[in-house]
Design a protein around this ligand. Sequence first.
Ligand SMILES: [Zn+2]
Length: 280
Amino acid sequence: MRLAGALPGPEALRVRGLRGSVLGGEASFRFFGELNDFLPPDERQRPLLRSFRGRPSVKHMIEALGVPHTEIELITVSGTSVDFAYRVRDGDAVCVYPVFESFDVTPLLRLRETPLRTARFVVDTNLGKLALYLRILGFDTLYSNRYGDAEIAGISSERKRILLTRDRRLLHRRNVTHGYWVRSTDPREQIEEVARRFDLVGLIEPFHRCLRCNSELRPVDKSEVEHRLEPRTKKYYDEFRTCPDCGRIYWKGTHFEHMRQELLARLQGRGASDDPDRGC
Ligand SMILES: [Zn+2]
């Protein structure tokens, strides 16, 4: 939609830019891979036409379509990568890609210098089981069921932690740059989803972190903790660690290992998700 000549007098001045060019128009947006999860079913996997007034940023228009900026790794316009601040022009064909390893985007500019896969997390209040699983696998994970939205967003941005949430609105907050909307509602599937998304398998370190307070465990001689052990534990286990903060004792039993093996089996059991289209 071109406005040239359509609006006389002061109204025309209002919609003209500093350089006198006519503002507003229509652009198409094509979302790839898992970004389609954020769109209504009838809008997935196809170009979406959107008209606009003025010169909105591409970030603003993408978020208005329901896709949080934290999910995005790359945006191109006519095959050239642009950043979030890019001002959309009439006729632009915008392609938006998720953080997804199987897209080869290396020749193009990514939106962030550092990949999103730094494996430190802050987990939303209703994902306690997921937080526990992450700690079992050794990942630095902050969690409290008392976090408020502003607090959890602040922790994510100030302490550079990936925010994991089931609440998409939280990811729209301006200060949240590293976040992920967890799709599944089942904790076992959630840990698989997060491990796959952030490529965590090679980083798993079970028997490494306190499940209660997230602190790194310290090795301790059996003789130092013997008096606190149940007879069976004393009999069958020899390797122990303690939490420097709460004093809880951990031993290298089957629990951690089972969890790791199960996750690996799940990840290997299913291939990477198939994407019907590979480019724009
Ligand atoms: Zn502890």
